[in-house]
Design a protein. Sequence first.
Length: 573
Amino acid sequence: MWRVWRRSCVLSARLRNQDRTHEARLSSRSSSTKAAPYTSRMEYQDAVCTLNTLQTNASALEHVRQERSHPELQLQAMVGFLERSGLTVDKLDHLNIIHVTGTKGKGSTCAFTERILRSYGFRTGFYSSPHLVQVRERIRINGQPIGKELFAKYFWQVYGRLYETKEVNGGTMPAYFRFLTILAFHAFLQEKVDLAIIEVGIGGAYDCTNIIRRPWVCGISSLGIDHTQILGDTIEKIAWQKGGIFKTGVPAFTVKQPDDAMVVLKDRAKEIGCSLQMCPNLGDYDTDCGPLMLGLAGQHQQPNASLALQLSHTWMQQRFHQSKESFQQQEGNSACQASSFKLSPVMVKGLTETEWPGRNQTLKHGPVTYFLDGAHTMRSMLACVQWFKEAAAQHERTASGPVARVLLFNSTGERDSAAMLKLLVPCQFDFAVFCPNITEAIASCNADQQNFNVSVENMLTRCLDNQSSWHMHKSSSQDLTSSQMLIGDSFGMVPDRKTATLVFPCILSSLQWIAQGKDSVLLESDKAQLPVKPSVMAKAALLRETSGIHVLITGSLHLVGGALKHLDPVMSK
């Protein structure tokens, strides 16, 4: 009976993936799963196809809007889904949780924290979002994405319990992110991790991760304007949301924030009754090894590293020197400066060995060098531009000849693409290439990167709008004539670069055109060269003649993930 039920789920999921209709979801042929055993035939892709049916689509949008107008309902609903899955909030108390939110740098902070504590020998769990190539990247055990077999095993355990209780609960199933959050909690409990580092999805106060009642320590990375339709359109409103993860008596740390945001965070800490401390500068920590070397590039990573040091240090203090309860009896204060301390060799090692793909990442494939950063806010794009300018210039100083610069860009949602593109103009690109977050134009069986929340037509329209914005910004910065702007075919090198622009239907076709056969990874037999119009090929003369090509891929973590799928085959295994 279990196999019949699972097959019906997978079949319905595949139908849903093909025509995107809600009527094809999970037909009534299902049966009870109360005693359903796990079998080796429960393949990872089947689980992901079924998971994708939980993505928000048109039929569920009204329900989402209603919840947003009454945000307290979101956490109530999450508690209900948790209980239906066989977990309870009480069980989550057994996880030693470090809870982290922020606008910029929360993922990097979590990555630093996880690596430090893993360096001490602790068995770590790490829940983050979004994923780059495979959805199982969101749930990590000891720094590695959970295995495909284990993902499928835990997926069907949780999904089965939720599905069998669906009808008596109004036919509801948790949305995609809620389900993955429950799955992460389930996996961490089953795998008996020593601690779990939980990255907030959006905001904090009403994020589904905030059903956590007793974290050991909380952190807030740099705040900025993002997700305004959900969190509010001012830094004060956003800070209020982020401060919602504070818990009474639980120590909390933050980095330097805009003054208005800091006032709100202090008020939230006082209201909730927790201690809030400001992290010192990274240079204030004492070491025996000279200046700290971080595994993640960019000056903007220094506050994230300092926050990670405070979070990991506080967690270990509670673990070994004081009980959690004694910390919870502390009186809340408005805010104070956290003390720096001498870093152990293990902490230094953790910071140095931290890896976090898709954030200030450099991949060199022969003469083609890729600079990947998923910046998607104004502040993160400013940091990306600074990093790219420095990193590209360093590579160009050792180049044997002229180097062409190419921008590969896309953005999603409500984000101000035009404003971000304006920040990128000073990088002096020879080409600006735009494409949707579609990995391949030819249908792929890879379900990890399927997105049903936006149509292909809308994605391509966004790319054309981005192309127009780039032309506008280049025109204002270089005072080009309208005829030069429309042609866009001048390939002069610095300082008089007049960028040619192109729009491609997918990430793979963009990468193949940019590399011009110079990247052996893109020439593999399973990556068939897609046809390109002669007029488009003619624009590539500069790329073919240069000794090197520098490609900045930015604007969206989903774009970066789609690129890594083709550029780093190991991530797809």
